[in-house]
Write a protein that binds this ligand. Structure first.
Ligand SMILES: Nc1ncnc2c1ncn2[C@@H]1O[C@H](COP(=O)(O)OP(=O)(O)OP(=O)(O)O)[C@@H](O)[C@H]1O
Length: 326
């Protein structure tokens, strides 16, 4: 593996061959910050997080860091596997990249550059935007995120609405305007009644058709998405409830949900843990395919060395003390 430990920051962000990194983690340390600890500024505030990130102050509340000095770089289009013994800090690293560390746990030192920008000091709203548009994190507990009493169609449609990025236009709203004619004086209103109502009817019809088209294109998008994650009969899956599907199928529905927002960086934390060997192989092969289809960069966290050896371009190994250099 290439040793970049003594390269400067600029070298790390931009390789000699000119390829810019998508993600560059630099001397990351994560620790218990303690609930409510504030260093002269509000807890979690932009300023206090920035000062931590710059190494000016740390909010480590006297405990040993949970991981320290983790540095690695990922370039666009790569599948990079992150592995290491249980408890070394793989999941914490993934959560830190997605801005989803639990309260009381925080980045106490180091930087996370996404697309050249240090995202550690981001405030919650920017993190939300990043998660909506750029970084998707599939975690071990995600499967429980599928609602057992709602169909896959309803849940995927909700996800599309939430992410907004590929949301179909709200033409129904526009239809409302057709009925919101400005109020006119009574005689003129009577005189215009005929033409106005004809215009209203026409606009309503157009809006209805457009609404239908939006629905159709949303349906087409959901079908295409489910085909991409390997379902031969997307309609059956869309009409199913999660309890009618196998674990492997639910996993692929989740993948579809996460991909629907069009992320650039997809982090999958142990995506195959709960699966049997056949489904495990399917999911790994699928990740490779999705990289091509969706132009994804993938950080794959896994204990399954055999599996990651087959799909990853590079394997990063964390030490038991939570340290790592490439
Ligand atoms: N919310 C938390 N509060 C306190 N300690 C935590 C928290 N989350 C994780 N840790 C600790 O941080 C360390 C790293 O945990 P992490 O889950 O990142 O390990 P991991 O490498 O992903 O392990 P595994 O492979 O078993 O999932 C562990 O010692 C864990 O106990």
């Amino acid at each position: 593996m290439e040793d970049r430990t003594d390269m400067g920051r600029n070298d790390m962000l931009e390789r000699v061959d000119g390829r810019k990194s998508l993600l560059h983690v630099e001397h990351l340390e994560i620790g218990r910050t303690g609930a409510g600890i504030a260093i002269g500024k509000g807890k979690g505030s932009d300023a206090s997080r920035k000062s931590e990130a710059n190494g000016e102050t740390t909010r480590n509340s006297g405990h040993q860091p949970l991981l320290r000095d983790v540095s690695f770089t990922i370039y666009p289009g790569e599948i990079v596997a992150l592995t290491g013994p249980s408890g070394c800090g793989k999941s914490l690293t993934a959560h830190a990249i997605a801005g989803m560390l639990e309260p009381g746990i925080g980045v106490t030192k180091g930087h996370i550059y996404y697309n050249g920008e240090d995202i550690v000091p981001f405030h919650e709203r920017r993190w939300q935007r990043l998660r909506r548009e750029d970084i998707a994190l599939l975690i071990q507990q995600s499967l429980s995120g599928l609602n057992p009493i709602r169909t896959v169609r309803t849940q995927l449609t909700d996800t599309l609405r939430l992410h907004g990025r590929r949301q179909m236009p709200h033409v129904q709203k526009g239809a409302g305007h057709a009925n919101a004619a400005p109020s006119l004086a009574a005689p003129r209103q009577a005189a215009l009644q005929g033409p106005l109502s004809r215009i209203r009817q026409t606009i309503s019809r157009v809006a209805e058709m457009a609404g239908g088209r939006a629905m159709q294109s949303q349906e087409a998008y959901l079908h295409a998405l489910l085909s991409k994650v390997g379902f031969a009969d997307p309609e059956r899956i869309l009409s199913s409830y999660p309890f009618e599907l196998s674990g492997g199928m639910c996993q692929r529905v989740l993948l579809a949900a996460m991909l629907s927002s069009g992320p650039r960086l997809f982090i999958a934390d142990e995506p195959t843990t709960a699966l049997d060997v056949i489904n495990r192989d399917k999911v790994l092969a699928l990740l490779q395919q999705l990289r091509e289809d969706f132009n994804l960069t993938i950080l794959l966290i896994s204990h399954d060395r055999q599996g990651i050896g087959r799909v990853a371009d590079r394997v990063l190994e964390m030490s038991p003390e939570g340290r790592m250099h490439e």
